[in-house]
Design a protein around this ligand. Sequence first.
Ligand SMILES: Nc1ncnc2c1ncn2[C@@H]1O[C@H](COP(=O)(O)OP(=O)(O)OP(=O)(O)O)[C@@H](O)[C@H]1O
Ligand SMILES: [Mg+2]
Length: 390
Amino acid sequence: MNRRIIIFTGKGGVGKSSVAAAHAIKSASQGKNTLLVSTDMAHNLGDIFEQKLGREICNIRPNLDLYEIDPQYVMENDFEDIMKYLGSLLSQKDVIGLEDVGMLPGMEELFSLLRISQLYRSDVYDRIIVDCAPTGETLSLLKFPELLSWYMEKLFPIGKVGVRMLAPVSRHLFKIEMPNKDAMNDIEKMFVKLMELEELLKDRDVTSIRIVTTPEKMVVEETKRNYMYMNLYDFNVDGLYINRILPRDIGNEFFDEWLNIQQKYIIEITETFTALPIYRIPWYEEELKGEDNISRIVRDVLTDDHIFDAAIINDRERFEQTDEGYDLRVSIPGADKKDIDLYQASTDIVIKTGNFKRNIPLPNILRDHVVSGAGYENGVLKISFVKGDN
Ligand SMILES: Nc1ncnc2c1ncn2[C@@H]1O[C@H](COP(=O)(O)OP(=O)(O)OP(=O)(O)O)[C@@H](O)[C@H]1O
Ligand SMILES: [Mg+2]
């Protein structure tokens, strides 16, 4: 059985922390060594479990550890070497234009993730359950390793194996001071760590993204966008939780309209996210504070013992042979047709929507093909290829 990382994301206040905590309780009760970690700077695991938590991992009972990550502390304590190197790189202000590592956007999220990756590799935990900050931050968090490794590649174009040999020529070539040998080792280490992190987050057998939503207009809109971007970035979203569902039999007319609205959005959600397992969580009459309350979600909703398994979602992208050539179908649920941009780079097809971009490498067989048409329908982008004449 695979060790797993399960990341909970969603709009602010929808119930991410509660749902993540419920999973942690369930996981520990299955005898799996479980870490519940929060990357949200406004931590509340301590509140939920009514425990005082410090900056280190805290064991609250057999198989269940809680951890509220303090990125600043993690940078200084767990990644001293990387910080030293980044510090020296950033001290050459004209390279990046920032004076302090902490000023790099996304740095704190990155270190939270590096720490999670480090803990995963330490082999201690069967399951790491991650409670994230609201959607926007989570997206930039997930984007960051990609961004930074891209950056590293531009800066050191020959990749990690060649980095060491670059030192003598680099000064005039790149107009930056190459760090000394020790620091070079740090670059390599950092490169390797970023690569590993990206690999880990995109490894569908290890990392799942689970989205929490509530049946109301604004939240559903954001949930669709969130899902679309996660798909574009090729993360394995393999579960959706609809939280705060009102009971049907309240017996109070005041709630009728509200029930109808919820019903409408529940239908919309189930029609949009057809590929995903969907879990429905009732609206409880009291706040979900303390383990006893959270355990209600475990009993009412998390009844499937395989809830931690990575679900295999097949309808993301596929190539199909046609009479003229090939069709590529990419699932981009909830995108706006007018907003989709498409172009073909040498070996990739590039899809852009809004500020987001996805590269899909073309299989060898399509290298001599060109795009002959495209259409977007029911959340699926279809791109047709025919053999080019050159
Ligand atoms: N199904 C539910 N029934 C009743 N109360 C709930 C339910 N789900 C969540 N709550 C309550 O709603 C509040 C917000 O929940 P929670 O902290 O889990 O959301 P969150 O998405 O993590 O929020 P944030 O974005 O601020 O981190 C909490 O007080 C929680 O107890
Ligand atoms: Mg929260």
